[in-house]
Write a protein that binds this ligand. Structure first.
Ligand SMILES: *Cc1c(COP(=O)(O)O)cnc(C)c1O
Length: 231
């Protein structure tokens, strides 16, 4: 199967999972994770209709953005404070606001540049020690403090389930984030609009959509071209 077939297959699986959650494929944004993928192939994916691409390293993100500026780019990986200026104003959405200091630094840069900085709060639902993200217990306090921001805008949450290769094991994690969004949506917070849940990758995006994901981040399943097994 080639790239075109991969895209078609993923889109059809997104459509079916969306239907199971009472939604349409157009309610779900597919972010094609293009890390380590050659620019030529990324461009081909754009020509085949994909519009949103995600990268987890700033340097690679910058190279890809320069090569394909007509696409919408998403920063999905850990963002070091000294790389902020290369990202603010350049990307459509930062999915990985994972610590208080980064919120302060993004806010500062946004003010300097006179730009809005759209972010998702990365939440470490699974509680794994090595994993980035706010503990679930701190999220409410962050939303409450958002009123003081002039540039930072919070549009929802992102999480990564533990890598198990088994989609069903991700379900409780996705459900917890979805419940959290529902709970916190009951109150309104200044500079906060909880419209997005970025969750689900190649191995578990259908489960994520069933649990309410509005953005899925898919790399391997799109870009890995399966070899034909012969003989
Ligand atoms: C690499 C990556 C993905 C995509 O993972 P696949 O399993 O290749 O689909 C999604 N989100 C983040 C943050 C990543 O770093």
């Amino acid at each position: 199967m080639g790239l075109k077939e991969n895209i078609q297959e993923i889109q059809s699986r997104i459509e079916k999972a969306a239907a199971r959650s009472g939604r349409q494929a157009t309610d779900i944004t597919l972010v094609a994770v293009s890390k380590t993928v050659d620019l030529d192939k990324v461009r081909m994916a754009y020509e085949l209709g994909l519009r949103n691409f995600g990268e987890n390293r700033v340097q690679e993100l910058q190279q890809k953005m320069a090569g394909l500026p007509e696409a919408s780019w998403h920063m999905i990986g850990r963002l070091q404070s000294n790389k902020i200026k290369d990202v603010v104003g350049q990307v459509k959405l930062i999915h990985s606001l994972d610590r208080w200091k980064l919120a302060e630094d993004l806010e500062k840069r946004g003010q300097q540049a006179g730009l809005e900085v759209p972010v998702l709060i990365e939440v470490n639902i699974s509680g794994e020690k090595q994993k980035a993200g706010f503990p679930a217990s701190e999220v409410k306090a962050l939303l409450e403090s958002a009123g003081q921001f002039k540039s930072l805008r919070i549009y929802g949450f992102m999480t990564m389930a533990p890598l198990t290769g088994q989609a069903e094991l991700s379900r409780p994690i996705f459900r917890e984030l979805s419940d959290m969004k529902q709970q916190l949506s009951k109150k309104s917070y200044t500079n906060v609009e909880l419209k997005h849940l970025s969750m689900g990758m190649s191995d578990d995006f259908e489960v994520a959509i069933e649990e309410g994901a509005s953005i899925v981040r898919i790399g391997t399943a799109l870009f890995r071209i399966k070899d034909r097994v012969e003989g």
